[in-house]
Design a protein around this ligand. Structure first.
Ligand code: AMP
Length: 280
C-alpha cells in the first residue's frame, strides 16, 4: 500500500533525501475521488524517479459553499486505486498544512483567468493558482502532470510556473472519456442515473459544432444550435460554448488558417456543472 503522508514536514524530509540523490520528482495534484482520468496522469508520471500524488479538496477554489460540501471524498478507495502504480507518497494535507493561521497570500494570474470558467466562477483561478504554487513548493516537484480536461487550468498553471520560476515542467495529458464520450470527472459521481444518461449530450453537441466549424460555419450560429440541443436534452444552462485559439484562448468567430483552435464548454445538468473541451 502506498504510504500516506499528511504533514508537510514529513514530506519535506523525504523530498530532500530524494533530491540529494539526484532523483527526478513528479507530482500529480488532485482533489481525490480518483477515476481513470487521474490514473492516466499517474501513469504518465511513472517516468519520474519518484511520484507524489496529492489529494486536497481546496476550499479556496470553490466559489459555492454547497459545491464544496457536496464534493465527493473517497480517500480509502483512492489509495486502493493507486496500488497498481508506483506511487512513493500519497500526500493528503489537512487544511492547516496548506493554509496555516493568518494565511494572507494569493497568487493571481491575470488575463487568462478573466474569461470562460474565470468569468463564471469568481476567485476560482486565484484559488487554483495559490494551491498549485503551494503544492509545487511543498513537493519540490521537477515535473507536474495536469489533464487537458481542465484546459484553461492547464494554461493558467503553465503561466504561473513560468512567471514565478518555479522550476517545474508542466506536462499536459489528454482527456480520458467514458465509452459514451462523457469526459471522466469526479463530479460525474453527483449525477443521478437519469442525468448520467443525458450527460454525453455535451460531448455530442461539441462534436457536431466542431464539424460545422470545419465546414466553414460561424461559431455564433453553431453555438445557438448546440445550446438548443443541450436544453432540449435536459441541460438547464450553458455557461459557455466557445471557439478559442489554443494559445492564449483568444475568442474566434470561425476557424482561421494556421491557428490551432479548441472548443471549450461548461453547462449545467441536474444541478451539476460539467466542463469539457476538444481540439477542432
Ligand atoms: P481534479 O481532481 O478534478 O482537480 O483533477 C485533478 C487532475 O486530473 C487535473 O489535472 C485534471 O485536469 C485531471 N483530470 C480530471 N479529469 C480528467 C480526465 N477525464 N482526463 C484526464 N485528466 C483529467
Amino acid at each position: 500500500m502506498t504510504e500516506i503522508v499528511r504533514s508537510k514536514a514529513v514530506l519535506r524530509d523525504k523530498v530532500l533525501a530524494w533530491k540529494r540523490a539526484g532523483e527526478v520528482v513528479g507530482v500529480v495534484p488532485t482533489m481525490g475521488a480518483l477515476h481513470e482520468g487521474h490514473l492516466s496522469l499517474v501513469e504518465a508520471a511513472q517516468g519520474c524517479d519518484r511520484v507524489i500524488v496529492t489529494i486536497f479538496v481546496n476550499p479556496k477554489q470553490f466559489n459555492n459553499p454547497s459545491d464544496l460540501a457536496n464534493y465527493p471524498r473517497t480517500e480509502e478507495d483512492d489509495a486502493r486505486k493507486l496500488a497498481r502504480f508506483r506511487v512513493d507518497v500519497l500526500y493528503v494535507p489537512g487544511p492547516e498544512e496548506i493554509y496555516p493561521d493568518g494565511f494572507a497570500t494569493s497568487v493571481s494570474v491575470s488575463g487568462l483567468t478573466d474569461m470562460l470558467c474565470g468569468a463564471h466562477r469568481p476567485g476560482h483561478f486565484d484559488g487554483v493558482a495559490t494551491v498549485v504554487t503551494k503544492l509545487f513548493t511543498q513537493t519540490g516537484a521537477d515535473r507536474a502532470f495536469f489533464g487537458e480536461k481542465d484546459y484553461q487550468q492547464l494554461q493558467v498553471v503553465r503561466r504561473l510556473a513560468a512567471d514565478l520560476d518555479l522550476g517545474v515542467e508542466v506536462v499536459g495529458c489528454p482527456t480520458i472519456r467514458e465509452e459514451d464520450g462523457l469526459a471522466m470527472s469526479s463530479r460525474n459521481l453527483l449525477l443521478s442515473d437519469r442525468a448520467r444518461v443525458k450527460a454525453p449530450a455535451l460531448f455530442t453537441a461539441m462534436e457536431a459544432m466542431a464539424e460545422g466549424l470545419r465546414a466553414g460555419g460561424d461559431a455564433s450560429d453553431l453555438r445557438a444550435e448546440a445550446e438548443r440541443r443541450l436544453l432540449a436534452n435536459g441541460f438547464t444552462e450553458v455557461d459557455y460554448l466557445d471557439l478559442r485559439a489554443t494559445d492564449g484562448l483568444r475568442a474566434l468567430e470561425r476557424l482561421e488558417d494556421g491557428v490551432p483552435a479548441r472548443l471549450l464548454a461548461a453547462a449545467w445538468l441536474a444541478g451539476v456543472r460539467l466542463i469539457d473541451n476538444i481540439a477542432v
